[in-house]
Design a protein around this ligand. Structure first.
Ligand SMILES: [Zn+2]
Length: 479
C-alpha cells in the first residue's frame, strides 16, 4: 500500500495501480470460453480479492473510479456484448433471481461495517486512539444513527465507516416491539417531522436517545408534563407533541405495537452488525436487498396464467452444482435462452417454428413441455420412473415441474431434480441439432453423466453418499 501525506490521494494512487492490473486480468480471461456465471466466479475470486484489503484499510475511492470499475465488470461478465439481464437484477444473488455480480458500492460499505463491529469486539490498542481522538464515537451504542457524524470531524476513513453505517440502518427493519422501542429517535430517516428527520441536541445531552426513553412503564408515551418532570429539558409542548406524533406514525407503518416498556434491547442496526461473525457477507446481503423482481417473473405468470413460487424456483437454481447446467436453467427461467424466434430476430435462423414439430411457434414453454414430441418423451420418462424406480415418489409431471423444477403439490428429491434438469438440457441439445428427442438416447446420455458424477464422487471420497442418492434411479439408465 502506498501512503501519502494527503489521505485523499492515498486511495487514488493505490486504486489506479490495481485497476490496471485488473484490466490485464480481464484480457486473459476473456480469451477463454466460459459462461457468464464462470466469469462472475472469476470476478469474485481473482479480481475482487486483489482490492478487498485496500477497501478494508483505506478510505473509499472516489465514486468516479468505483463506477468505472463497476462498468468494466458488467462488460466483462457479458463478454463486452450487451447485458442480457438488467443490472438491477444481475447484482442480486442467484437465490434471489440474479447472477451475483458484485455491486461495488455496497461491497465497499459492507467492508467498512466490519470496523463498526470491531469497535465492540476487538481489544486492540487502536481503539484507545479512537477513544482519545473521537471520544463521542464510544457513544455509538446509545446513539445509533443519532451519532452526530458531521460534528465529530472524523477523518475520511472513519467518516466512510459511519456513512456506511447510516446506509445500512436504512435497510434494517424492526420486527418486534422490543426492537421498535430501542429505535433511536434522532437522525432517523423513519421518524420525520415536516418530511425531515429531527435532532434535538439538548434532548440527547439529557440522555433521551431512543423511543423507550419517552415511554411510561405500560408502553404509553409520557405526557409533556411527565416528560418535563423526568428530564428537565428546556423544550416546549408543541415540539414534544410533534415528536411523539412522528414516532406514532412510524409505529403505525411498522404494524407493530408497544404494550410495555420492559425492553432491554440494543438498537437493531447494531444488533445485526454485531451478529456478523466473520467478514462482511451478511452486511453485503442486507445492503443489496431491494424490492426489484426479475422481469421474467411477471412474463412467465402471464404466459402460463398461474402463480409461481419464485423463491423456490431460484433456490433450486442455487442448488445446481454443475455450472453449465446452472447457466442453462438461469437462461431458461430468465427467458433468455435462444429460441428460433430470437435466432430469427438475430438473422441466424429463418424459420420461427418449432425445430421438432415444425408447426407451432418456437417458445421456451413449447420446446420443453407443450410440443407433442417432447410430451411423448416426458411420458416415457414418467412411466419408467413410476414403474421401475422405488424412490417412493409418485411422479405426475406438469409444466411447472419441468420448467421451474418444482410444483406445490410435488415433493421431489435432489437426484430426481437433477435428472429432470439433465433431460431438459438433453432436449435443448436436440433442439439445437434439430433432432427429435428420443428417450432411449437420453438413457445413454444420462448414463454418461452418471459415470462422470461417479468419478467425481470417488475423487471427493463421497462415494457412499453418491450411491445412496442414485440407488433408485439405476433402472433409468438401462435401456
Ligand atoms: Zn413443437
Amino acid at each position: 500500500i502506498w501512503f501519502t501525506s494527503d489521505m485523499k490521494q492515498c486511495e487514488v494512487i493505490n486504486f489506479q495501480e490495481k485497476f490496471s492490473e485488473i484490466k490485464a486480468l480481464y484480457k486473459v480471461w476473456l480469451k477463454r470460453q466460459i459462461t457468464p456465471l464462470g466469469r462472475v466466479a472469476v470476478l469474485k475470486s481473482l479480481i475482487l480479492s486483489k482490492i478487498v484489503y485496500l477497501w478494508l484499510l483505506l478510505p473509499n475511492p472516489p465514486d468516479k473510479l468505483v463506477d468505472a470499475l463497476q462498468k468494466t465488470m458488467y462488460k466483462f461478465v457479458w463478454n463486452r456484448k450487451q447485458d442480457r439481464i438488467s443490472r438491477k437484477i444481475a447484482i442480486k444473488s442467484i437465490a434471489k433471481g440474479g447472477l451475483g455480480i458484485p455491486k461495488l458500492r455496497d461491497y465497499i460499505n459492507a467492508l467498512k461495517l466490519i470496523w463498526v463491529r470491531k469497535l465492540k469486539t476487538s481489544d486492540h490498542k487502536w481503539k484507545n486512539i479512537i477513544k482519545v481522538t473521537y471520544p463521542k464515537v464510544t457513544l455509538l451504542e446509545q446513539l445509533g444513527s443519532s451519532l452526530p457524524i458531521e460534528e465529530l470531524h472524523l477523518n475520511k476513513f472513519w467518516n466512510d465507516v459511519f456513512q456506511a453505517y447510516k446506509q445500512f440502518g436504512r435497510k434494517i427493519k424492526v420486527e418486534s416491539s422490543d426492537e421498535l422501542a430501542a429505535e433511536p429517535i434522532f437522525c432517523n430517516d423513519k421518524i420525520q417531522v415536516g418530511n425531515r428527520s429531527i435532532c434535538y441536541k439538548n434532548w440527547i445531552d439529557n440522555k433521551v436517545f431512543c423511543i423507550k426513553n419517552i415511554l411510561k412503564e405500560n408502553g404509553a408515551f409520557m405526557t409533556f408534563n411527565q416528560f418535563k418532570e423526568k428530564y428537565e429539558i428546556n423544550t416546549d409542548c408543541i415540539t414534544y407533541i410533534g415528536c411523539v406524533q412522528a414516532i406514532k406514525s412510524y409505529i403505525l407503518k411498522t404494524g407493530l405495537t408497544i404494550d410495555n416498556n420492559m425492553s432491554n434491547h440494543m438498537i437493531k442496526t447494531l444488533k445485526v452488525i454485531y451478529s456478523g461473525q466473520k467478514g462482511a457477507r451478511l452486511y453485503y446481503e442486507v445492503l443489496i436487498q431491494d424490492a426489484n423482481k426479475p422481469k421474467c417473473c411477471e412474463k412467465w405468470e402471464t404466459k402460463l396464467n398461474t402463480d409461481i413460487n419464485w423463491n423456490t424456483s431460484f433456490k433450486k437454481i442455487q442448488k445446481i452444482r454443475e455450472i453449465k447446467l446452472k447457466w442453462f436453467q438461469i437462461r431458461l427461467v430468465q427467458r433468455i435462452l435462444a429460441t428460433n424466434v430470437v435466432l430469427a430476430h438475430m438473422g441466424v435462423e429463418k424459420d420461427v417454428t418449432c425445430s421438432f414439430c415444425g408447426k407451432e411457434r418456437d417458445a421456451i414453454e413449447h420446446i420443453f413441455w407443450r410440443c407433442e414430441h417432447v410430451k411423448r418423451f416426458w411420458e416415457q420418462l414418467q412411466t419408467v420412473v413410476n414403474n421401475a424406480c422405488a424412490n417412493g415418489l409418485f411422479v405426475n409431471l406438469n409444466e411447472s415441474i419441468i420448467l421451474f423444477g418444482h410444483d406445490c403439490s410435488f415433493k421431489s428429491d435432489d437426484t430426481f431434480d437433477l435428472i429432470i434438469l439433465l433431460a431438459k438440457f438433453f432436449i435443448y441439445k436436440c433442439k439445437v441439432k434439430k433432432n427429435i428427442p428420443q428417450f432411449n438416447l437420453f438413457r445413454n446420455y444420462l448414463k454418461t453423466a452418471f459415470e462422470a458424477y461417479k468419478y467425481i464422487a470417488i475423487i471427493n471420497m463421497s462415494y457412499d453418499k453418491f450411491t445412496k442418492e442414485w440407488q433408485f434411479y439405476q433402472t433409468l439408465m438401462e435401456s
